[in-house]
Design a protein around this ligand. Sequence first.
Ligand code: NOJ
Ligand code: CA
Length: 624
Amino acid sequence: MPAGFLGMRFQSQPAFDDGFRVAGTSTSTHDATWEQPWGERRYVRDRHNELLVTFDSAQGAARKFNVRVRVFDDGFGFRYEVPQQPGYDAVNITDELTEFRLDPDATQEITAWWIPGRRWNRYEYPYLTTPLDAVHMAHTPMTVRLPGGLHLSFHEAALVDYAAYVLDHRRPGIFRTSLTPWSDGIRVKTRTPFTTPWRTVQIAPSAAALLNSSLILNLNEPNVLGDVSWVEPGKYVGIWWAMHINRATWATGPKHGATTAETRRYIDFAAANGFKGVLVEGWNVGWDGDWFHNGKLFNFTQANPDFDLQAVTAYARSKGVRLVGHHETSGDVGNYEPQMPAAFALYESVGVRQVKTGYVADAGDVRRIDDNGVEVHEWHDGQFQVGHHLRVLREAAKHKISINAHEPVKDTGLRRTYPNWISREGARGQEYNAWGNPVNPPEHVAILPFTRMLAGPMDYTPGIVDLDGFSPQHRVPHTLAKELSLYVVLYSPVQMAADLPENYAKQPVAFQFIKDVPTDWDESVGVAGEIGDYVAIARRQRGSPDWFLGALTDENARSLRLKLDFLEPRARYVAEIYRDGPQADWKTRPHDLVVEKRNVTAADTLELALASSGGAAIRFTQAR
Ligand code: NOJ
Ligand code: CA
């Protein structure tokens, strides 16, 4: 990668661009292992070399900034550190000038997987697979494959008190970090001293190797919350899919989903099948009518008359289940923030440990009241929302509550610092298969692991087992085995069993895997994959010798030969394989599922035949 530009511009002070010289450098090395309270792996090794470069303006030392670079085996990150200096107390950043440069002569040969940045639907676009040349503005992670087969993924780590960036393709092959602005056009409002998030490039010789990177986590600060034993990974069910397929409504009325009786039914279902949580959406005052535009009316402490919060939570407690709370804001953060302390206190008082938040609003339409009392409109990934999410996390932590944010800002690894940030959306999830125009293509989940998932966990909400379709245009474009594989492929410490209880009753075999699969892991291994075509990931259950593997393919049937060398050498395992049956095809026979048992060891190679948009989900139980 030829050298790119560094620097930033300010509204009222001379820019950091021309006229700087290297004033000094220092290096250091680091090699330590740290532990995650929950995660895709328990121990994370942070081994890097560091270079700190101090720059000052050639004419005297009036202006100065540092760039800190950390180089790992799987990529690098760098950030700006701007010391306090005369004339730069309060600064408004109008542009960051960081550039990533790829070979300008190879933009036709480099393939990019990306979603457009700064468009109305936030991060919820089908991924595009194009020559680099066709990228205009892209969200990160954006992943590219160079002609020689090297894979690079561009992203950022530790996005705190700053704006997220999108990659702005300027001259051929040259990408600038375009910071998302505030409503008044300023990109970042801060004071010296400050540091920027890390600008990161993950580098791997193959697509599958990219899956094993912990670089983003390594560039975040350690846990600041102390004891987080109250953060509970696990599976949940809920009053959710029924609304998305139009069988129930969020709003009150004859089809209201969030009723006391219906919640009790889900609590019974959860308790009978070992699920820890029951999510209930549409429970509170404000969801009525055109809730998309009613953000101002949401009341986060008042339940609708047909939902008895005290009664359902008491019932849940009696069954060993917890209500999963829900705060939909419709993007009206101005209405939500003042209510947060009381809302989280209420949920804590009834035993809620996890709250899903939501910011359904077009990008650039998050409302807040500014210092002059005027309503202004912010981006989901601007500095305001970046700060809002941390305010939510801190308030929630006071009440031992974890947050799963939908319509969030992108993940930059802050779960390390705030382990109560358990999951988020930030890509097209399952709901698009219910009403999306179009639904997610079969390749979508073969792209996510190499793009969005490199940032961190996603609440995709897998596990739909009624695959026949909800309208002529809407169905889940997967086989049943592929739906099961998602529990392993798409990592999240909280995973939903998203379908209706009555649908699980019709698919007891598939449901068994959903009941068995854990959500917290000691180890994770990218076994095989090509972006957009197929992927196989293996994970070892936290505190157990047992492994799980998920494999899936795009619309093309294919067979995979997978080495089982991730298993413990010499140990014997029973592999319980949930795979596509002989007739399986996502369009014509999505439910054709076969379960078979085989004895295997780490020395074996497993041949898996995946149907068109099919998959496989495997549980390896160690012989004890
Ligand atoms: C969008 C979320 O992604 C979805 O899960 C939720 O049901 C709706 N918003 C309503 O809050
Ligand atoms: Ca493909």
